[in-house]
Design a protein around this ligand. Structure first.
Ligand SMILES: [Mg+2]
Length: 189
């Protein structure tokens, strides 16, 4: 009987979370809390910051700060090989990181869970790539949300297969929010 109750509750829990979100900051921390999530495994490149360092995901830093304030544990897993860069973001965000994490292999995911002292059922992986972040979460048995990939110079394989594993962030709407600015004065000629 208990097994049935667990199955029903876990199914309800999964239904409450979206599979995708455009931005990291679009994910409701309240919903995560209500679904029993206690920690995130979050990707860095094109999820928090574009891999060419031109764009930070809007409101990502304040969203992560609020998450920590609410008691969520956070860990960055990056496949990036520029360790100083990952270390910079790890210090700036005050979130521990592993790089290169070699996602989707599960070894670094297990290290992140051990550091956060949570189970796979209490974790959620968030990232922009199906073949690394989302597949890694699947292999680990934890929930996941795919976010849109921040604009970045495409690699050769992304030109061929990027549309299969990522979806794009609409830059004109999200990275340059015109509504936050005053309109310029009209100029008559
Ligand atoms: Mg990424």
């Amino acid at each position: 009987m208990e097994t049935v109750v667990f199955f029903q509750s876990s199914r309800l829990i999964s239904q409450n979370l979206p599979k995708q979100a455009v931005l990291l900051a679009d994910i409701s921390l309240e919903d995560l809390q209500n679904c029993g999530i206690r920690g995130f495994i979050v990707d860095l490149d094109n999820t928090i910051v574009s891999e060419d360092d031109r764009y930070v995901s809007p409101h990502a830093e304040s969203w992560l700060a609020e998450a920590k304030r609410r008691g969520f544990r956070c860990f960055i897993l990056s496949n990036g090989k520029r360790r100083h860069r990952v270390e910079y973001w790890s210090r700036r965000l005050q979130i521990p990181a592993i790089s290169p994490a070699r996602k989707p292999f599960p070894f670094s995911f297990y290290k992140a869970l051990a550091h956060m002292q949570i189970s796979p059922q209490e974790a959620i992986a968030i990232g922009d790539s199906r073949h690394t972040d989302i597949l890694g979460a699947f292999l680990l048995g934890c929930r996941c949300i795919q976010v849109a990939s921040l604009p970045h110079p495409p690699r050769w394989w992304e030109n061929l297969f990027g549309g299969w594993v990522q979806f794009s962030c609409p830059p004109e709407v999200l990275l340059w929010p015109l509504e936050a600015l005053a309109e310029p004065e009209e100029v008559s000629l």
